[in-house]
Design a protein around this ligand. Structure first.
Ligand code: S3P
Length: 186
């Protein structure tokens, strides 16, 4: 079998709060594929919430579980839409795996738009900025710093979609068109 025939899945990459899960679910519906969120599978595997994995076992243990979950999801026999945690492709091995088994789509969003989506949650250990004076400004600085470090890697995804200013249906439509085009060229 040629390698291209194995690239059956659609992997969503991008920063925390980019909307990967929400968009992924809608895209999966459009394709009639099942949807998986790697973070959910990690939580099921570990039997605890991600913030507790970070707290009790450390980020490095989280990354080990994340890599094995990505491998497991990649090996699914039927095509799926798979949303990846924001740090997943920063590990080159994971990126190589997803490029082998699917099409990668980077959902890009600006730091301000990300801030608006994450500021009321406390589930993400890497954005765990102390509340209080200037909370939003400090959180924005943290998002901007980490996002800028990660963008060069995210941009190695096969397809890039800038979601800012678009409705969910428009994002899904753009993605669908670009994925179909990309698959034709495989
Ligand atoms: C992380 C992103 C999170 C989760 C973990 C680490 C990251 O996923 O995997 O908290 O390193 O960016 P989301 O992108 O789904 O929030």
């Amino acid at each position: 079998m040629k390698q291209s025939n194995k690239r059956i899945h659609i992997f969503l990459t991008g920063f925390m709060g980019a909307g990967k899960s929400r968009i992924g679910k809608a895209l999966a519906e459009q394709y009639g594929y099942p949807f998986y969120d790697s973070d959910d599978v990690i939580e099921e595997t570990a039997g605890k919430a991600i913030k507790n994995i970070f707290k009790e076992d450390g980020e490095s243990q989280f990354r080990i579980t994340e890599s094995s979950v990505i491998k497991k999801l990649s090996l699914l026999k039927e095509p799926a839409v798979i949303s990846l945690g924001g740090g997943a492709v920063q590990n080159e091995k994971n990126f190589i795996t997803i490029k082998k088994y699917g099409v990668s789509v980077y959902i890009a969003s600006s730091p301000d738009a990300i801030l608006n989506r994450v500021k009321h949650t406390s589930e993400r250990p890497l954005l765990n900025v102390r509340k209080g004076k200037n909370y939003e400004a400090r959180l924005l600085a943290r998002i901007t710093e980490l996002l800028n470090k990660r963008i060069p890697t995210y941009e190695k995804s096969d397809i890039i979609i800038n979601r800012d200013g678009l409705e969910l249906a428009e994002i899904v439509e753009q993605m669908y068109i670009k994925i179909q085009q990309f698959r034709k060229e495989l």
